[in-house]
Design a protein around this ligand. Structure first.
Ligand code: SF4
Length: 431
């Protein structure tokens, strides 16, 4: 293999993070070299052997996903680089697109070559369009990409990155809204009826490095079961959010630089974003960063969001604002979202700000969660239910405090970001 060697430390995607501006094509090629020519089968095999999994939130094995797209039919597939990043607490995809767009575009080109795709779509929020356009202009001038690449603007919605919602946006059907389950998966029948690979942009950036340095290099960091690194967007405990790259399997506390003594000042840790789950500080900081470990505790790595909630913040006020936001983000086309989310949001708002109106205490919340779980066309209501259930598990004592003494003072800056804060529905009666 010619060209620069792969980085040896845990900083891979962010190895050039010291550069304070978008890395242009010239600097990118100097740092990483060109994508080597590879036979499609070899590249597919290399990605499969690397053990890379999707970093958009589902953690599905990438090799298996690519194989499913390849097996779906004779028509050439479509590759979608998905940078919608609808999760408000996540910023790692935006960082990659702004600073290292060629890494993402190389990954998309490699996926297109492996799958023999003739169309690549970059699906990103409006703020990322100019940067991606500039990067594509550089690549056009040097003839880098083997097939046309177009940009489609992702709607600014929480669920816009869901696979079928991405396809609906690209074909202009119901932009940003998922399709009902029961239809064929997009990897078999997606954009224009073609097999479609929808792959998160961080995942594609890893692909760009695997295509250059190989599966063994990729597996040299992380654990045998969870190789490689992941990007985390970390917020809450610090003045400003930060994005860090960590080896998979490393304990979260070590990655964050938070020791056991500091855990006393932490009320809880949200892992995986608003579709993930809250964990108590101790287990969260000891958690090895793998999807299996997170799931064993009822959470998920999701898109790599970590919110460390310090003392002095009312957790139920935070949870209530987010649940109301998530209620407003549903597509409003399935029963659990139409009938259940508003009631759930209203109940949590009462717990946060009018706890004495909850005559049955918090006993009704698990029942409400149970009524909306597993009944939607997408997993949005399931994620909201997990968010609330896990909050009950971690902040149960704080809920009892509200019920006994009334709400906390809300004289602090909110911690969990909510782009479109809706007013609480406290005037509405509870069931
Ligand atoms: S479950 Fe909710 S968010 Fe998902 S498609 Fe149905 S209405 Fe939309």
């Amino acid at each position: 293999m010619t060209g620069p060697a792969g980085p040896t430390g845990p900083a891979r995607l962010l190895a050039g993070i010291g550069v304070g501006h978008p890395v242009g094509l010239g600097d990118h090629l100097q740092q990483w070299g060109r994508l080597p020519p590879m036979r499609p089968d070899h590249l597919l095999d290399e990605v499969d052997r690397s053990g890379l999994r999707g970093h958009g939130g589902a953690w599905f094995p990438v090799g298996a996903k690519w194989a499913a797209v390849r097996a779906a039919g004779l028509r050439s597939p479509v590759v979608v680089a998905n940078g919608a990043e609808g999760e408000p607490a996540s910023g790692k995809d935006r960082l990659l697109l702004e600073r290292f767009p060629h890494l993402v575009l190389d990954g998309a080109a490699a996926a297109a070559a492996a799958l023999r795709a003739r169309r690549v779509v970059v699906h990103v929020g409006a703020a990322a369009v100019a940067g991606v356009q500039a990067a594509l202009g550089e690549r056009d001038r040097r003839g880098v990409d083997p097939c046309p690449v177009e940009i489609v603007v992702a709607p600014d919605r929480f669920i816009a990155g869901q696979e079928s919602a991405v396809v609906n946006t690209i074909v202009g059907r119901t932009p940003g809204i998922p399709s009902f389950t029961g239809l064929r998966p997009v990897r078999e029948q997606g954009v224009g009826g073609r097999p479609t690979l929808v792959q998160n942009v961080e995942t594609l950036a890893h692909v760009a490095l695997i295509a250059r340095f190989g599966a063994e290099w990729f597996r040299s960091v992380g654990t045998p079961e969870a190789p490689g690194t992941l990007l985390l967007t970390v917020t809450g405990h610090w003045d400003t959010p930060r994005i860090v790259e960590a080896p998979l399997g490393a304990p979260l506390g070590a990655v964050l630089g938070i020791g056991p003594a500091d855990a006393r000042g932490i009320q809880g840790v949200l892992l995986g974003g608003y579709g993930g789950g809250w964990l108590p500080a101790g287990p969260a900081l000891n958690l090895p960063l793998t999807e299996e470990s997170a799931r064993a505790l009822g959470s998920s790595l999701g898109p790599g969001v970590v919110v460390v909630l310090p003392d002095g913040i009312c957790p139920w006020a935070e949870v209530a604002r987010v649940v109301r936001y998530l209620e407003g983000e549903s597509a409003g086309q399935c029963g659990p979202c139409v009938n259940g989310l508003d009631t759930l949001a209203t109940t949590v708002e009462h717990l946060a700000w009018r706890p004495r109106t909850l005559r049955g205490g918090v006993a009704g919340l698990p029942t409400l969660c149970g009524l909306i779980e597993g009944r939607g066309a997408c997993h949005h209501p399931d994620g909201v239910a997990r968010f609330v259930r896990s909050a009950l598990g971690v902040f149960g004592e704080h809920a009892e405090l509200h019920l006994r003494r009334g709400p906390c003072s809300d004289a602090y800056a909110p911690v969990l970001p909510v782009p479109r804060a809706a007013p609480p529905a406290l005037a509405r009666s509870l069931p």
